[in-house]
Design a binder for this molecule. Structure first.
Ligand SMILES: Nc1ncnc2c1ncn2[C@@H]1O[C@H](COP(=O)(O)OP(=O)(O)OP(=O)(O)O)[C@@H](O)[C@H]1O
Ligand SMILES: [Mg+2]
Length: 366
């Protein structure tokens, strides 16, 4: 019996918690035709909330309706890559005939290449728009995805958005879905030329509901060939705190513990046994990397928060703990928000964005 959980980043889970409605909206939008607002999606959320996995699901949803996906990457040559590699390659897989009629470049579409019919003729260099139009002629629809959006440069992003907009205006079947960390995405949208992305449908991914967590654990376990006691399921659900990465970690460890004990039923005791391991995994995979670049002053701020002992921490209390005025900590507060480690919790209060980060900070304070 193979462990059915997928506790690694970017790995699609066996059962996707709490995203059904979203995927259905997207499915509808593909059928609806150009003009549906859900054809431009902007997903944001903290590390491990399931952005990459959701992009993969969107790609699968599109594929099921005969659409093809172009993945773009937030590099400075993002557009160049699409124009000279990704799109020509896609066209040649859709239409192998095309490739054979092209000389002077094994993979290329119509624009900018000598064709064997007319070797001297050189069309003007292809642009993203001409390439996308060409691809559109070969496919039912095009979905462009872009992960780690916060790392994208504003200029290529603008160029990408302009091209998509151009095709939408001419009623081509095209959609775009981008995903990134909340603050980085926010910053990027401040740039001029990102109006199109600003108008995209925003999907802020947060913790999923406990019922969804419980259903996900239960279904994954039973379909995988084991069962779980109700008390164990309740404990495992509480342990996940709605955080998708933890669903996979907790499920995977509980399954492994039961297997070690040669049990087909995961008991409450099994879950209890792996509780500390699950949190430790979260710390080594999420918290530690998130805090490596954080200077001491900001760590002290986080420690004051962690020591307060409640989810929402008044900034006045943090200032008091650090022996300064609320004004004296406002810069640090902002920098921690920029790092997506904390978020505002209403006026004059903050909270951690990641589960168990308070425990991590407490256990690592000198
Ligand atoms: N809806 C979900 N239900 C169950 N498990 C999920 C869900 N979404 C994501 N996961 C699991 O959570 C983990 C993290 O998912 P993913 O890599 O998509 O996160 P991310 O938001 O892209 O993180 P990062 O910002 O670090 O790239 C993976 O193990 C994945 O299987
Ligand atoms: Mg990701």
């Amino acid at each position: 019996m193979r462990n059915p959980f997928r506790p690694s980043f970017g790995a699609s889970p066996y059962f996707l918690a709490g995203r059904g409605e979203l995927l259905r909206d997207f499915q509808l939008s593909l059928m609806e035709g150009p003009g549906s607002p859900n054809r431009a999606l902007l997903l944001s959320g903290v590390r491990g909330v399931g952005k990459t996995v959701l992009l993969n699901e969107l790609e699968d949803t599109a594929a099921a309706q005969g659409w093809i996906t172009l993945r773009s990457y937030p590099r400075s040559n993002m557009i160049e890559e699409l124009v000279s590699t990704t799109i020509p390659q896609t066209i040649s897989t859709l239409d192998p005939q095309k490739e054979r009629t092209v000389s002077g470049g094994s993979i290329a579409g119509v624009g900018g290449i000598r064709t064997s019919d007319n070797p001297k003729f050189l069309e003007s260099a292809p642009t993203l728009i001409t390439r996308l139009r060409e691809l559109a002629e070969h496919s039912t629809g095009i979905l462009i995805t872009l992960d780690e959006l916060q790392a994208a440069q504003p200029e290529p992003l603008h160029e990408l958005a302009t091209a998509v907009q151009d095709l939408i205006r001419d009623e081509y079947e095209i959609a775009i879905a981008c995903a990134g960390l909340p603050h980085g995405v926010e910053q990027l949208l401040q740039h001029e030329g990102t109006t199109f992305m600003r108008r995209a449908t925003r999907i802020d991914l947060h913790a999923v509901a406990d019922d969804d967590v419980s259903e996900t654990l239960h279904t994954t376990i039973t379909d995988g060939g084991k069962t779980i006691e109700p008390a164990g399921l309740a404990r495992a659900t509480a342990l996940c705190k709605g955080y998708p990465y933890l669903i996979q970690v907790v499920g995977s460890l509980a399954w492994a513990q039961a297997s070690l004990d040669e049990a087909d039923t995961i008991t409450d005791h099994h879950v209890q046994t792996i509780e500390a391991d699950a949190i430790k995994r979260m710390m080594s995979q999420v918290h530690r990397p998130a805090l490596t670049q954080v200077p001491d002053g900001e760590i002290a701020f986080l420690q004051a928060m962690a020591n307060y002992g409640e989810d929402d921490v008044p900034t006045a209390e943090i200032a008091r703990a650090l022996g300064t005025s609320p004004n004296g900590i406002s810069a640090r507060r902002q920098r921690l928000i920029n790092r997506d480690l904390i978020e505002s919790a209403g006026f004059g209060a903050v909270r951690f964005t990641l589960p168990y980060l308070d425990e991590y900070v407490r256990s690592h304070s000198a």
